[in-house]
Design a protein around this ligand. Structure first.
Ligand SMILES: Cc1ncc(COP(=O)(O)O)c(C=O)c1O
Length: 339
């Protein structure tokens, strides 16, 4: 298998529009709680998740038996694969999508098949349904998807769940807050449904590595069997509990990003640059054969974006932050584009 090595070096001090992170930082309440927790006495104790499961469960409206706290979404993906997929099993993905689905499926020795997004980057419903087989063990879908920014509705998710009763279906809602559509309420209705959320994106805690994997209580028991008892460190748990308390911080940031995304669209249109409307906090734009030179030149000017031309020809992905940050990105892009 090919290694997955995201370009995560040398990013400090730059305008980081390359990893879809929160560009203003987490709630100050998170910092306060983590700092308070930093005592020798606390650090000496192995993690205890009971209180966090109660608080996070209350926040998500899910009982503590119906989810597990994970070391980022990445551990949620790994747990799902480790629990339900054996060597040689059929796993169905989309292309392009989040790289870690293929990564963990390949580590498990699964037989991975991928259905390509349509030319307009919309979800290829008919092709996907056709590709599903009775023996398919796992289906992993990001909604909204990264890097396309496109999303599917609940009717399509329901169709997939009903067509694949014997597959573990993950709906990865890493960018849920920017889209607002969730399958979470169905975890009791569909026993094959798994939903993941993360604290790495809108919550501004990617360094902490914390997420949640939701499913019916019976599945959650299986999942927890496959999970190390201390896989999430206590500072991450403290941060997540504090993060969900500050709803105002999140709502404010989401509002800012949605406004900034409109600004980005207007900017692209002004420059005559094709882009793909997005349901998340990032947008793909078309730079043709200038994709890599534009990425590199922006980097030299202190603005980081992500080349995706290796999977969607000519495309670059930019994370949407605040309006001010988008304005800076557009100003640099404009001078390069015309120059
Ligand atoms: C669709 C999707 N899921 C999950 C993640 C990563 O989540 P985490 O940091 O919680 O592992 C990303 C990050 O880029 C993503 O795009």
């Amino acid at each position: 298998m090919a290694p997955y090595s995201p370009p995560s070096g040398g990013r400090a001090g730059k305008l980081r529009l390359d990893f879809n992170e929160n560009t203003v930082g987490c709630s100050p309440k998170v910092i306060e709680c983590v700092q308070k927790y930093l005592t020798a006495d606390h650090l000496t104790i192995y993690p205890e998740y009971q209180d966090a499961r109660r608080d996070l469960g209350a926040f998500f409206g899910i009982s503590p038996e119906e989810f597990t706290i994970t070391n980022g979404t990445d551990e949620a993906i790994q747990l799902l694969i480790n629990t339900f997929v054996d060597d040689g099993d059929d796993v169905l993905l989309l292309k392009p999508s989040y790289a870690m689905y293929r990564f963990y499926a390949e580590v498990a020795g699964a037989s991975v098949r991928e259905v390509e997004y349509a030319g307009d980057l919309s979800f290829p419903v008919a092709d996907f349904l056709e590709a599903m087989r009775p023996e398919t063990r796992a289906i992993l879908i990001a909604n909204p998807n990264n890097p396309t920014g496109s999303a599917i509705g609940l009717d399509q998710i329901e169709l997939i769940l009903e067509t694949a009763p014997d597959a573990a279906v993950l709906i990865d809602e890493a960018y849920f807050e920017f889209y607002g559509v969730t399958a979470l309420r169905w975890i009791r209705k569909y026993k094959n449904l798994f939903v993941s959320r993360t604290f790495s994106k809108v919550y501004g805690m990617a360094a902490m590595r914390c997420g949640c994997l939701f499913t019916c209580a019976e599945n959650a028991q299986w999942i927890r069997k496959a999970q190390s008892p201390y896989s999430v460190n206590m500072l991450a748990v403290i941060a997540a509990r504090a993060g969900v308390q500050d709803r105002e911080h999140i709502a404010q940031y989401v509002g800012e990003v949605l406004a900034a995304r409109e600004l980005a669209y207007v900017g692209f249109e002004r420059l005559g640059i094709r882009y793909f409307p997005s349901q998340a906090n990032f947008v793909l734009f078309y730079a043709g054969d200038r994709a890599i030179p534009i990425r590199d030149a922006l980097r030299e000017r202190g603005v980081l974006v992500r080349d995706r031309s290796y999977e969607i020809p000519g495309c670059v992905r930019v994370t949407i932050g605040t309006r001010g940050q988008v304005e800076r990105f557009l100003a640099e892009l404009e001078s390069l584009w015309k120059g």
